[in-house]
Design a protein. Structure first.
Length: 298
């Protein structure tokens, strides 16, 4: 078998064995934190089962750097293919769904933010005509907050990470919980920039009424992989409107990750991946060759 083919199968096999148990982690709500902080925590929980797979993949790449092509070690091809096939199907499904989101025509929503690299706000002209200036300004501030944080890209990546953890429902629940917290965080950001909670609630209600004429919106599908909309599902809308009509809670200022701390975190990630690559190159054969020979002797 070719080295690259075997490497792909091993990444699927070991990566799946690492990720699937982590996908069973229950979702927890950060009730004691502001929506901004809670959204960041929920975002990290989304990626917790996926990040170890990167380390495993880099470690296997380090092993492949020193492996001849084709691989000369004797192993049971059928066992390797069969064991990795379920995880390969999950990865292929996730990739196809991610590509489909990019290729399909965006669903027409009354107001939303679209674009992965350069997000822009899309506002239905009819909705702008029937909405008062206050709610329209509040809706624009909410969508501008989505654009500043490149939320369409983040939603697309989060959906990809969730699909990689299929079929466990806990992963989908973490994704939905993050989406709800994301809307709360952008609501608070809009209110901190001058938008009134009452006006923002009015904008949400007006947009929901306008969206009833959209066939896809009648099923409550307001957020799509490359779009960040003002709305969510029906239950989330009730929670948001009640929250917007109440006085804004006086949370402590959320911890802002400074530029140097972000650079340090990125550097730490590169060091960890570099160590995994070096470890795979130095000791990968000591682990994988006995495993491959074991499949041949079973």
């Amino acid at each position: 078998m070719g080295r690259e083919t075997l490497l792909t199968l091993l990444v699927m096999l070991f990566g799946g064995l690492v990720m699937q148990p982590l996908a069973l982690l229950p979702s927890r709500a950060s009730l004691d934190a502001s929506p901004v902080v809670a959204e960041r925590r929920a975002w990290r929980r989304l990626w917790l089962p996926v990040l170890p797979v990167l380390v495993v993949g880099v470690w296997l790449c380090g092993w492949a750097l020193r492996e001849p092509d084709p691989v000369t070690t004797r192993f049971d091809h059928g066992m390797i293919v069969g064991a990795s096939l379920p995880f390969l199907v999950v990865a292929l499904r996730a990739a196809l769904r991610a590509i489909w989101v990019l290729l399909r025509r965006p669903v027409e929503l009354p107001v939303c933010t679209v674009g992965l690299v350069q997000p822009r706000v899309v506002f239905d002209p009819y909705l702008a005509r029937v909405m008062d200036d206050g709610p329209m300004h509040a809706a624009l501030e909410h969508e501008r907050a989505h654009a500043r944080h490149r939320d369409p890209l983040r939603i697309w990546l989060a959906q990809l990470a969730t699909d990689l953890q299929w079929p466990w429902p806990w992963a989908h629940r973490r994704f939905q919980a993050w989406l709800e917290l994301l809307e709360h965080a952008r609501d608070d950001e809009a209110r901190n920039r001058g938008a009134s909670g009452t006006n923002l609630a009015a904008a949400v209600v007006a947009t929901a009424r306008h969206a009833r004429s959209t066939p896809r919106a009648t099923r409550g599908e307001f957020v799509f992989g490359a779009q960040a909309g003002l709305l969510g599902d029906a239950r989330a809308l009730v929670v948001r409107v009640d929250r917007l009509l109440a006085p804004m809670p006086d949370f402590h200022q959320p911890y802002e990750l400074s530029a140097w701390r972000a650079a340090a975190a990125l550097m730490l990630a590169f060091v960890l991946l570099g160590a995994a690559l070096a470890w795979g190159a130095a000791y990968g054969n000591d682990i994988l060759h006995p495993f491959l020979l074991w499949t041949w002797n079973v």
